[in-house]
Design a protein around this ligand. Structure first.
Ligand SMILES: O=C(NCCCc1ccccc1)N[C@H]1CC[C@H](OCc2c(F)cccc2F)CC1
Length: 326
């Protein structure tokens, strides 16, 4: 049974920091002895810093100081209205500010889902700060010189609904949020009704029919619902309203890359989930060309890899971290 952090675990502390004018909340977990290095873990949607609960004890046992923010719009972090606060560039700038606040001159990065997309961008904007990067589920998608809506990919069709008014209009209040999260984490109706699929998005009429999801305990789901109820869904859903903003931020870089190419210098690990309907392993084909040192692993699991197969995910991370911790 993989050791995991509970919502009010004595092994972690919840701290806050003002980063570029936004108050962030982050989990800090210190190793027993002198920290050999610092690692930042970046969660995705719909998740929270606690999404790394199965990985935090392993990483502190390797001698790492572990820093896990609630990302923009989530939990104890502010949730500004405007989508401009939710771009990759903003996330990168805020994480660089957090490293400075912590006093870490270099950090290792780990990301899952949207956090897996963010970590590549942090490494592009702040290469001297980042010594190694791993991403769970999310392959690298290079900046483009012309705008490509994510929804051209069939597996991203749900993003049309998420960026629209429907989800934040329907998922209001702690009880609805709890039902929604329960559905996202695999809760099913008695006749197998599902709450979400990547071709459509959320089936709101099924939410009240769902039984308990297999991935979170009642306490964990209650904690998630409480933290989401602080701000509601507008903030978290703003991450889906950044396509054009991210394109504008990156098109200069995309042109540079077209002229002289680009390679990530630091070692990178991608752990794909073979059954992840949103981020199938095939999306990572051809990714090798962007990296001096890319390691790829695959786990027979769905999107919630961190919780479904924590021992296998942790083994890939621990083996890859091997000689990188100093
Ligand atoms: O939507 C996401 N996660 C929700 C999954 C919901 C789910 C739950 C349970 C089972 C299946 C699905 N993740 C995003 C993460 C960012 C990804 O953006 C990739 C990307 C770039 F990084 C840069 C340029 C274009 C581009 F598309 C697109 C998927």
């Amino acid at each position: 049974m993989v050791d995991k952090i509970t919502p009010n675990d004595s092994r972690i502390q919840y701290n806050t920091a003002n980063l570029n004018g936004v108050t962030y909340s982050y989990i800090l977990a210190e190793p027993s002895g002198q920290a050999l290095n610092t690692i930042f873990l970046i969660h995705g949607w719909p998740d929270l810093s606690l999404g790394w609960r199965y990985q935090i004890p392993l990483l502190t046992s390797l001698g790492l100081r572990v820093v896990v923010p609630d990302m923009m719009g989530y939990g104890g972090t502010d949730a500004p209205e405007d989508a401009k606060f939710y771009t990759f560039k903003r996330a990168a700038d805020d994480m660089a500010a957090l490293a400075k606040h912590i006093g870490a001159s270099t950090i290792i990065l780990g990301g899952h889902d949207w956090g897996g997309a963010v970590v590549y961008r942090i490494a592009m904007h702040y290469p001297q700060l980042i010594s190694a990067v791993f991403s769970v589920c999310t392959p690298y998608m290079p900046p483009t010189t012309s705008f490509v809506p994510a929804t051209v990919f069939p597996n991203f069709k749900y993003q049309l609904q998420l960026k629209g008014p429907e989800v934040e209009g329907n998922i209001v209040g702690e009880e609805k949020i709890r039902q929604f999260l329960n559905g996202m984490y695999g809760g099913r109706g008695s006749n197998g009704e599902i709450a979400f699929d990547v071709t459509h998005g959320c089936y709101f009429e099924n939410l009240p029919k769902l039984g308990p999801n297999p991935l979170l305990s009642k306490e964990e789901l209650d904690f998630y619902a409480q933290r989401y109820a602080i701000h509601g869904m507008h903030g978290p859903l703003n991450w889906y309203r950044t396509g054009e903003l991210n394109f504008e931020d990156e098109k200069e870089m995309a042109r540079e890359i077209e002229k002289q190419g680009y390679k990530f210098d630091m070692p990178v690990l991608l752990i794909s989930g073979s059954k992840d309907a949103a981020l199938p392993p095939r999306l990572s084909e051809g990714m090798e060309n962007w990296f001096r040192s890319l390691t790829k692993g695959e786990v027979k699991t769905g999107h919630w890899a961190l919780w479904e197969k924590p021992d296998e995910v942790n083994r890939f991370i621990a083996e890859w971290l091997g000689g990188k911790i100093k």
